[in-house]
Ligand binder design. Structure first.
Ligand code: RP5
Ligand code: MG
Ligand code: MG
Length: 280
């Protein structure tokens, strides 16, 4: 984890949140770490947000941990998570150096979905570009630049209550890579037709924890990543891709092991390259 992260509040105020350092051997909860006493931080806007959980112990809040809780999935892809003495979920991967929820809304797993949309890098003659080192074709994926950290990432987003992840992945792609939030109802309908067919041919390539900088001891990101490949370059190639919502820029990015991406997104990209025997 980055030792500290800058939290930018709704009024633009900057707060520096400092994590306690956790030595590699002391991450697991069942390894004693006597000096472990991290600060607790939950962003003020999370405490009042309608999309967020209430504080633990608030009257009427009876979450069903490790289960599907009505429209909210409180199950981890990674197994059963433990509870702290304060009856809050404990990060399924161990200590993060920070208590509270930070900027995340849910106690425990915060579920997202990530579309990995790929095509072959083609030169002007239409031929696939072959990388001189590996002699393998170069794959590209739709990368967006996140507004929050400025890093390049897959255009993923949070699963809404009651939403199927297969819907989330399509909706987020349309919001972040096709700027559907700015589109007219008519444009949306036309795009939706195009995208609907393409997005029925997804392959699940990852389901689990994301090493996201927002993770805390009580709240963490998990995702399901799906690969959508346009082999001929005639499907997504037709789309007018445009960064939108929490994406500030977009590009078809050449895939290789040199890439530096947000959180653990490089793992999805590597999987996509391997599955298609592309350059890495
Ligand atoms: C990552 O955060 C996930 O892999 C997904 O890409 C993203 C979801 O959060 P937002 O983009 O909605 O902030 O952990
Ligand atoms: Mg989004
Ligand atoms: Mg997003």
């Amino acid at each position: 984890f980055p030792h500290e992260y800058r939290y930018k509040g709704p009024e633009g105020q900057i707060q520096r949140i400092v994590r306690q350092e956790v030595p590699a051997g002391q991450i697991a909860w069942d390894t004693p770490y006597d000096v472990y006493d991290p600060i607790s931080f939950t962003a003020p806007h999370v405490l009042t947000a309608p999309w967020a959980d209430p504080p633990i112990g608030q009257a009427g809040f009876h979450p069903r941990w490790n289960q599907r809780d009505g429209p909210v999935n409180r199950q981890s892809h990674e197994g059963v998570y433990l509870m702290s003495d304060q009856q809050a979920p404990l990060n399924i991967r161990g200590r993060t150096g920070l208590k509270g929820r930070g900027t995340l809304g849910r106690w425990g797993p915060n579920h997202a979905a990530d579309p990995v949309v790929t095509r072959w890098h083609r030169d002007s003659d239409g031929q696939r570009r072959i990388h001189p080192d590996s002699q393998k074709p170069v794959l590209q994926f739709v990368a967006i630049q996140r507004r929050d950290t400025g890093e390049w990432a897959t255009p993923g987003g949070m699963v809404d209550p009651g939403e199927l992840v297969s819907e989330t992945v399509k909706r987020e792609f349309m919001e972040e890579a096709m700027d559907s939030t700015q589109a007219t109802a008519q444009e949306k309908a036309a795009n939706f037709e195009m995208v609907r067919d393409f997005f029925t041919r997804g392959q699940e390539i990852y389901a689990g924890y994301v090493d996201d900088p927002r993770n805390t001891d009580q709240a963490w990101m998990e995702t399901v990543a799906f690969l959508f490949h346009d082999d001929t370059g005639s499907e997504v190639g037709q789309f007018e891709l445009k960064a939108g919502d929490d994406a500030q820029a977009l590009q078809w990015m050449d895939i290789s092991s040199d890439l530096n991406l947000y959180a653990s997104h490089i793992n999805f990209i590597q999987k996509a390259a391997e599955l298609q025997d592309a350059h890495w």
